[in-house]
Design a protein around this ligand. Structure first.
Ligand code: SDX
Length: 420
């Protein structure tokens, strides 16, 4: 007997079906609520509302658990590569060596971007926001790949590989433009097309020289940890746009814009600005936190829309920051400040009572900074890492053949005006 929830409203009693997920999550299915009662639910920010069922990523926000297609993030961080994890997310299973090879070769084939697209970049001022350039270029891809516009996913593998390939080339070209240097032709970078080379090649397209293996590995880990995070703001945006049957490139360009916000992917820029300000002005971290508690500003990289525990990605990156700086023989005062902020905040009831812990952004910037990535490029690199997740979410919303996303509202504006 299927479980139901009983709702007594306006003298009526209705039974609403209960949906249970594979990890025991429970939902009251309100699909028929309005038809049966005339009522809708109201949930600003959708914090209690599931927009879909999904097989991609599972998060237990209370326990700080994160799994991609059932695999714990800690295991993937230790054993997988970004590209292998991208294939897992996009295709729904761990790729065989042959499948991975096919994926890697497709990406190698599609790495070059049309020179016309690079001209779009040249049209931007050097100091333009890298996220403005990225969203413009991702959407601009539609102009050079009209085949994308009408895909019914018959060539999904080719199209999704194009996006994974070109976002890397575009991100590197955006960096080069922002420092007044010409883009580096991917063809000029030797090296076999291998899963582990995706990130090393990216760094080479950015900085013009082959990175140390430990640096490439650290950035590959950052990309892997950012690859998906279920129905976060940018993934939900991607699904929302994809539900109108907009093409993959347009849906991911929309997701780039959602990620840009300082409350979401833009937080990795804000936390770095905060750490640099504390260091430059010699502010005592304890005093800085006093300002946070007086609500003068937020501590970026802390808190989360759903985690009420330590973000498992932050735990991994906290250790990686230590290891990368040690391997590069870099000592960054900002890491010490971040450690102090974390130590004091996690002992302070203001943060503990609100269940505010470090999130994925708190330590990622320190690692990217050690590699020479400028702060304003951090969210672009977040987008490179999140691209497989957006692609997987877009494919799922299309495969589910659902209705176009169209939330309801409760109108509270002026009633029945007469127009003079
Ligand atoms: C990402 O959704 C995802 O999965 C996102 C993401 C992903 O992988 O896609 O994980 C990536 O976006 C991580 C989050 C990055 N953002 C930041 O680091 C920005 C700083 N964090 C906050 O702005 C905040 O924590 C949010 C926006 C992330 C979440 O905030 P909520 O859930 O909307 O919580 P809230 O704003 O209602 O805050 C609850 C209380 C408030 O205090 P009171 O009104 O109860 O007194 O906690 C306080 C807030 O003022 N609070 C903070 C705080 N975050 C929340 N106080 C100080 N510093 C903070 N960072």
């Amino acid at each position: 007997m299927a479980r139901t929830a009983t709702l007594n409203i306006d003298g009526k009693t209705i039974e609403l079906p209960i949906t249970e997920g594979s990890e025991g999550e429970l939902a009251v299915d309100v699909t028929k609520l309005r038809d049966q009662t005339g009522y809708i639910t109201l949930d600003p920010g959708y914090r209690n509302t599931g927009s879909c069922v999904s097989d991609i990523t599972f998060i237990d926000a209370e326990k700080g658990i994160l799994r991609y297609r059932g695999f714990p993030i800690e295991e993937l961080a230790e054993k997988s590569s970004f590209l292998e994890t991208a294939s897992l997310l996009i295709h729904g299973k761990q790729p065989s060596a042959e499948e991975l090879n096919t994926f890697v070769n497709l990406i190698a084939k599609h790495t070059p971007v049309n020179p016309g697209l690079l001209n779009i970049l040249k049209g931007f001022p050097q100091e333009a926001s890298p996220m403005a350039m990225l969203s413009a270029c991702i959407n601009g891809l539609c102009g050079y790949h009209p085949e994308v516009l009408d895909i019914e996913r018959k060539d999904f593998d080719e199209t999704s590989s194009k996006l994974i390939a070109k976002v890397r080339t575009l991100a590197a070209a955006i960096y080069r433009h922002s420092v007044g240097k010409p883009a580096i032709e991917p063809a000029d970078i030797p090296g076999p097309a291998k899963a582990g080379n995706y990130t090393a090649k990216f760094l080479q397209m950015m900085f013009g020289e082959a990175p140390k293996p430990e640096v490439a590995r650290a950035l590959d880990l950052i990309f892997l940890l950012h690859a998906d995070h279920e129905q976060n703001c940018s993934a939900s945006t991607c699904r929302m746009v994809g539900s109108s049957h907009a093409n993959l490139f347009a849906s991911c360009a929309a997701a780039v814009c959602a990620l840009w916000g300082p409350l979401h992917g833009g937080a990795n820029v804000e936390i770095m600005n905060q750490l640099e300000q504390i260091h430059k002005d010699g502010i005592d971290p304890d005093d800085f936190l006093k300002g946070v508690k007086e609500k003068k500003y937020r501590l970026f990289g802390f808190g989360h829309p759903i985690y009420r525990n330590y973000d498992p990605r932050a735990r991994i990156l906290s250790k990686a920051a230590e290891d990368v700086l040690a391997s590069m023989n870099v000592s960054d005062p900002l890491l010490k400040i971040a450690r102090r902020l974390e130590q004091v905040a996690l002992a302070d009831d203001y943060f503990v009572s609100r269940k505010l812990y470090p999130n994925v952004d708190f330590y990622s910037g320190i690692i990217m900074r050690a590699m020479g990535v400028p702060t304003e490029m951090f969210t672009v690199l977040f987008a490179v890492g999140r691209m497989p997740g957006w692609i997987a979410q877009w494919k799922e919303v299309r495969d589910q053949k659902g209705k176009i996303y169209r939330p309801r509202q409760i109108y509270t504006g002026p009633v029945n005006q007469t127009y003079a």
